[in-house]
Ligand binder design. Structure first.
Ligand code: SAJ
Length: 422
């Protein structure tokens, strides 16, 4: 086992390619984007991820990693392309299908084929294996076909790629073993061998677990809003129980994983997946809930100046995909009553369709600051500066991250503590 061909050089495929090359494999990375290929062959990348530029540069310079528009013969193939959702939330596996079709002419008997992309349950059995069958292979005997879901957290990808336990689900037990061997040279975490469908379902349940728990926290925040209780205090106290781990409420759930993957389960078992579906609905309702509270907080002002702080789906990253903050900004801009200012030190103008403001522009004369992402910059907001620059110093902290407290001329509302609002 020497050469690996990785299809898809995005947030997962590129770090995977670099880490496998560093471990000694000959890696060829394949992508449809010519710019990505051209840059990678010069040792450069367009993705922002801690430590990745250095590892990629070294791998390319050592000759172990190179990029190409077309797949080529290898001992193992890893597919790491996106699986977006259709408008009705059903999975779109078109990129996986086309990646498989692209490698088929280069696959020979005895090769390992691994899908890392997140896929609905039974996709390896019902979608991928039949493509090989059609091409004349016996997918259970001629090749080793497996699903090995990625589980890395953006920002910690290089660490988690190596240290996290990996689930490897094979179409056959032999396929699982052969695929596990591919990872053993790179991964220091446990390698957990199982069937393909079990691996598919495990990956989806990891993200669903988190989504459902966040929905519970968001529901708690809403209940506390009605009852006049501080949900943050409730969470802090309840979590002192050794078997309780309530998650954090917020402006909604974003990103391309938690906000998407649970639908892959709902799609396959809609009558049974009730909590999962309801959790998606609750989390999707949070942007409207936030806007409703903003309306309440500014109801006495004719044209309130509202500064929206943070656009990314979570703190200290530059990713705005599926971000609830974007939805909140759009809803606010639609309402002509508001003078909306949007500020995010991690986001560039070309990423969004509305103008961005500097901190100074956003805050000066504002009647309300709404914190929508837990960037470090917002954890250091200074009470006196805000009180001096704002027309009415009120903060709505939807991430409970600023550490600011009401007092000294400042009013602070939190997503789970709206007691000062009634
Ligand atoms: N969030 C809350 N409350 C919380 C925790 C998170 O509102 O208590 C929100 C965040 O603000 C964000 C969203 O949830 O909008 C998702 O953020 P995240 O940090 O939970 O996860 P992702 O989407 O960046 O990455 C997840 C990870 N999965 C799990 O932690 C189970 C990661 O390990 C997966 O590899 C990744 O999905 C993926 O690619 O599937």
């Amino acid at each position: 086992m020497q050469k690996i061909c990785i299809i898809g050089l995005g947030y997962i495929g590129l770090p995977t390619a670099a880490v496998f090359a560093r471990a000694g494999y000959d890696v060829v990375g394949v992508d449809v984007n010519e710019k990505v290929i051209e840059l990678l062959n010069k040792g450069e990348i367009i993705i922002e991820e801690n430590g990745l530029p250095e590892v990629v540069k070294e791998a390319v310079e050592s000759g172990k990693l190179r990029a190409s528009l077309e797949p080529e013969a290898a001992d193992a193939f890893i597919i790491a392309v996106p699986t977006p959702v259709h408008a009705d939330h059903t999975a779109n596996v078109d990129y996986v299908v086309s990646a498989v079709e692209k490698i088929v002419p280069h696959v020979k008997k005895g090769d390992v084929v691994i899908v890392e992309s997140t896929i609905p349950p039974r996709t390896i059995d019902d979608v991928v294996a039949p493509i090989f069958k059609e091409a004349g292979f016996d997918p259970e005997k001629d090749i080793y076909l497996a699903h090995c879901p990625e589980r890395v957290l953006p920002g910690r990808i290089l660490i988690e790629l190596v240290e996290n336990a990996r689930i490897v689900g094979g179409l056959t037990p032999e396929a699982a073993e052969k695929a596990a061997d591919v990872y053993r040279r790179v991964v220091t975490g446990d390698i957990l061998v199982t069937e393909a469908v079990t691996a598919e379902m495990s990956k989806l349940m990891e993200n669903t677990f988190r989504d459902v728990n966040i929905a519970l926290a968001n529901e708690l925040a809403k209940i506390c809003g009605v009852l006049g209780v501080d949900a943050h205090k409730v969470i802090e106290l309840a979590n002192r129980h050794p078997r309780v781990n309530l998650h954090q409420p917020g402006p909604g759930v974003g990103g391309h994983c938690l906000a998407v993957d649970p639908y892959f389960i709902v799609e396959k078992a809609p009558a049974e997946a009730q909590i999962i579906k309801m959790s998606r609905d609750i989390n999707n309702s949070m942007p409207d809930y936030v806007v409703d509270q903003i309306v309440r907080m500014t109801s006495d002002i004719e044209r309130p100046a509202v500064a929206l702080f943070g656009l990314t789906y979570k703190g200290n990253i530059d990713d705005v995909r599926e971000s609830p903050a974007i939805e909140i900004v759009e809803k606010m801009i639609e309402n002509p009553r508001f003078d909306v200012r949007v500020h995010d030190p991690h986001v560039r103008d070309e990423q969004v369709s509305f103008p961005l403001a500097s901190f100074e522009e956003a805050v000066t004369g504002a009647h309300l600051i709404v914190v929508l992402a837990d960037h470090n910059e917002f954890k250091e907001l200074d009470q006196e500066t805000l009180a001096a620059k704002m027309d009415r110093p009120v903060i709505f902290d939807t991430k409970n991250c600023t550490g600011l407290q009401s007092g000294s001329g400042l009013t602070v509302h939190k997503i789970g503590d709206l007691r000062r609002l009634s």
